[in-house]
Ligand binder design. Structure first.
Ligand SMILES: *[C@@H]1O[C@H](CO)[C@@H](O)[C@H](O)[C@H]1NC(C)=O
Ligand SMILES: *[C@@H]1O[C@H](CO)[C@@H](O)[C@H](O)[C@H]1NC(C)=O
Length: 385
């Protein structure tokens, strides 16, 4: 009797998280494929969890909050049996770096999101099959000085922060690859309304620079962009969800009129992880004081992605769910020890599912006087520039 009540409760509990997920993506496209070592064999419970997320049968978000050990930090965590111990300290440092005075996420948080994309995005299924199975989420952007590549302009400040934090924490056994993906995931949940995406650690660091030419350009047409991402196992549906990160970005190097458009965001609420980006991008003209990337417009219109694009308008929880799922995939590209990873989601800050100021619009832009931007923010956040 009691047993059946407990089972019933468990089933209800599991369902309340699992219901929005279906094995068939809601745009009618095929479910995702496995990646890395999971293709050969799923050998661990964490491997199984990640496989479920990649195939869309388990949620990619979690509100599980752990308790930071009272005697943590670099010294304390050496004695801890909690493999996530040090990430509580890293999480606290990142919160200090990423949270703006108004409760929004700041320019550094937005750069960290872009850094996560640009490190992980340098993996290709075709190249891997041809013997070049490297690149991806391996820390190479920072470790092998890929900051000198044209597409990484504007990431200097966040690369500096990643180096400083790695110096502080590498003795605790973390990898640069993990630090970059952890920071990108942390930054998203630091933005009001952002999803709390599950984070796994244990990635190995790069032994060489990533292959070049695998990141998207703002001037690409839809075919080029969709093919580029499909070659990373990222479907048009998932690409549409990932592009929403432009909800929090700003352009610094894309516009032909740099002085006029300097620092302009891609929607009117750059410090908030909201869906206004999707609606604003399909309007005939960009909202005042915003700058629109050509690549966003072509994906908004293409028949392979437009249904999904429109479905995100006014539907925050749909976007958050799809973004989290797509980001878990992106953050594991090129990772070939997925079975051996450890979930440390419990160390992330709490999500902020509501935000009082989210409709007050242009406040962040008052800071966008050129002089101030150079002093305080000095960098770019558009993930495709
Ligand atoms: C989308 O934007 C248009 C133009 O600003 C507005 O009229 C419409 O209400 C918005 N739709 C949603 C769902 O927010
Ligand atoms: C995973 O961990 C096991 C046990 O520690 C080890 O034998 C194996 O080599 C690891 N696999 C990878 C791909 O790192």
């Amino acid at each position: 009797m009691y047993n059946s009540i407990i089972i019933l409760l468990l089933v209800t509990f599991v369902h309340s998280f699992a219901l929005p997920q279906t094995t068939k993506p809601d745009d009618g496209s095929e479910p995702g494929v496995l990646i890395g070592d999971l293709v050969k064999k799923i050998t661990t419970p964490t491997g199984q969890t990640i496989a479920n997320i990649l195939l869309g049968t388990e949620t990619a978000q979690s509100q599980d909050i752990g308790k930071a050990p009272s005697n943590g930090g670099v010294a304390g965590c050496k004695k801890s049996t909690d493999q996530c111990c040090i990430w509580y300290s890293i999480s606290a440092d990142l919160t200090n770096s990423f949270k703006g005075p108004s409760g929004r996420c700041n320019a550094r948080a937005r750069m960290a999101i872009r850094l996560g994309f640009h490190d992980a995005g340098t993996w290709s299924k075709t190249l891997a099959a041809a013997g070049k199975d490297f690149g991806g989420a391996d820390g190479s952007l920072v470790l092998f000085n890929e900051i000198t590549r044209q597409e990484n302009r504007g990431l200097e400040v966040i690369v500096g922060l990643a180096k400083a934090m790695f110096q502080k924490y590498k003795g605790s056994g973390i990898s640069m690859a993990d630090l970059i993906q952890y920071a990108a995931t942390h930054a998203v949940v630091t933005c009001p309304l952002g999803p709390r995406t599950r984070i796994f650690v244990g990635r190995k660091d790069a032994t060489k620079a990533a292959p070049d030419g695998l990141l998207p350009s703002v001037n690409s047409d839809a075919d080029t962009l969709i093919n580029l991402f499909q070659d990373k196992t990222i479907s048009p549906h998932a690409l549409t969800a990932l592009l929403g990160a432009h909800s929090t970005s700003q352009q610094f190097f894309t516009s032909p009129n740099l002085a006029k458009d300097f620092g302009k965001p891609q929607d009117t609420t750059p410090g908030v992880w909201d869906v206004s980006f999707y609606n604003e991008t399909i309007q005939p003209n960009p909202a005042p004081k915003t700058f629109r990337f050509a690549s966003d417009s072509v994906i908004a219109k293409d028949p392979r992605s437009s249904t999904e694009w429109n479905a995100f308008i006014g539907d925050q929880s749909h976007w958050n769910s799809d973004y989290a799922e797509a980001y878990v995939r992106l953050s594991l590209l090129g990772v070939n020890n997925i079975n051996n990873l450890t979930e440390c989601t419990k160390t992330l800050p709490k999500a902020q599912p509501t935000f009082k100021g989210s409709t007050e619009g242009l406040v962040d832009q008052k800071k966008l006087k050129r002089r101030n931007v150079e002093r305080e923010e000095s960098s770019s956040s558009g993930c495709t520039r």
